[in-house]
Design a protein around this ligand. Structure first.
Ligand SMILES: C[S@@+](CC[C@H](N)C(=O)[O-])C[C@H]1O[C@@H](n2cnc3c(N)ncnc32)[C@H](O)[C@@H]1O
Length: 406
């Protein structure tokens, strides 16, 4: 039996929305206790033959769907593949093709107003960025290496392509929150005739870059000041980074040429499970609840990707396409592609959970750094446990600015 179900393509009025595998985090008013319990693990495991229904796509859109203005375009939603668990217990080496994009970049301070860059050291990690350094993840060597691994994971998720929009020729391209600049550099290399600009709060990009690429340091939540428009805007892993998404979609729309595309690659920060192997009191489920609670308090919406299609539509985008691809929590699926995605997703979260959690859980929920680190140890055990068939939904979403809008 195969786990594959054909990818369905449906034209629906609304956005993708799968039911969360976790219960919503406690309200802000509730007392936030750091974890003291060891997560329980359901060791019974799944029956390999069980047919698990795919997550339902809510074709009526998110709860605010009633407020959506009359639709001018279809939103095309491709649902994620149903995954069957592998019965093999030992970890396989899925890295055998030597294809990893993980490397190391030198840091850069090129063309910056250095006095505007703030650096904040906290709990042994370094947070840096333009003006207030408001981004909640450290941007130190450890985090930059994780971002490179995550870039590789996203590239694999996109079937080893840099984007999915139906475009082949580009004049000017913007990479929003370009991080290490890995995507930006690869794109500039592949399109040497295209003017490429990567913008980030933090000056962490390399000096040695293709001649058609410029890195700039700026806060893209402020009003954009680019002198010319773009015909493609790439936005990857910015959930948890940007706060005002409606404004983001309005600004990106304004700064696209007519007919230009915006493409987003991001994950819904909700762990899901279709076969009951992920207990509600497991560290991984609890982690998502705590992170939700802290992020809500600090104004960083972690599930906003589910609203992207509606927000894009409201900003004026048309021909909106939504692909949903599962990131398994580790190598639990049988299917080779998803096993590989699970391998890198597991590495990504095992390395990254501390970066993702430290500021949110200490500043947001008042945990001590030791409490965070103890909890991270429990969490990493869950990420490595192949009996737990958890996954996240990753989305590839693109939309076009109509030709007749200036
Ligand atoms: C998770 S990283 C993603 C980086 C890159 N897009 C990637 O996929 O590797 C988020 C990035 O957004 C940057 N960032 C956060 N807020 C920003 C803002 N307001 N303006 C520009 N960049 C921002 C951070 O400095 C960080 O490099």
């Amino acid at each position: 039996m195969t786990s594959e179900t054909p990818v369905k393509s449906t034209s629906v009025p609304g956005s993708p929305s799968a039911s969360a595998g976790t219960s919503p985090g406690p309200s802000e008013a509730e007392v936030v206790a750091p974890p003291t319990t060891t997560p329980t693990v359901d060791t019974s495991g799944p029956s390999g033959d069980e047919v698990v229904p795919p997550p339902t796509t809510n074709t009526s859109g998110p709860s605010e769907a009633e407020d959506v203005p009359p639709q001018t375009t279809n939103i095309n939603v491709a649902e994620a593949t149903l995954l069957e668990a592998d019965e093999v217990e030992e970890q396989e080496n899925v890295l055998s093709d030597g294809d990893s994009g993980v490397g190391s970049f030198q840091s850069s301070t090129a063309s910056l107003q250095e006095e505007l860059i703030k650096q904040r050291k906290e709990h042994g990690r370094s947070y840096k960025g333009y003006l207030e350094a408001k981004y909640l993840l450290p941007m130190d060597e450890q985090e930059l290496e994780r971002l490179e691994l995550q870039n590789h994971l996203v590239w694999l998720t996109l079937d080893k392509r840099l984007y999915h929009s139906p475009v082949e020729n580009f004049n000017r391209v913007l990479d929003v929150g370009c991080g290490t600049g890995q995507w930006t550099i690869e794109f500039a290399d592949q399109y040497p005739g295209t003017e490429v600009i990567g913008v980030d709060l933090a000056p962490v990009q390399p000096n040695a870059i293709p001649p058609n690429l410029v890195f700039e340091v700026d806060d893209l939540e402020q009003p954009w000041t680019f002198s010319k428009k773009f015909d493609f805007i790439h936005t990857e892993a910015m959930v948890g980074a940007l706060q005002d998404w409606p404004k983001y979609f309005r600004q990106s729309f304004e700064f696209l040429e007519p007919g230009g595309y915006l493409e987003l690659h991001d994950v819904d920060f909700a762990v899901r499970c279709d076969d009951g192997t992920l207990p509600d009191d497991s560290a991984v489920v609890k982690w998502h609840e705590y992170m939700d609670q802290a992020a809500d308090k600090m104004g960083f919406p972690l599930h906003i990707v589910l609203e992207f299609p509606k927000l894009m539509q409201e900003a004026g985008y048309t021909d909106i396409s939504v692909e949903q691809i599962k990131w398994p929590m580790n190598t639990w699926p049988k299917d080779k592609k998803y096993k590989e995605l699970g391998y890198f997703a597991s590495e990504n979260f095992r390395w990254g959970c501390e970066s993702m959690s430290l500021a949110l859980l200490t500043r947001g929920l008042g945990w001590s750094v030791d409490e965070v680190r103890v909890f991270m140890a429990l969490l990493r055990k869950d990420f490595a446990n192949r009996q737990l068939h958890g996954y996240w939904n990753f989305y590839v979403i693109h939309g076009r600015k109509p030709e007749n809008v200036a």
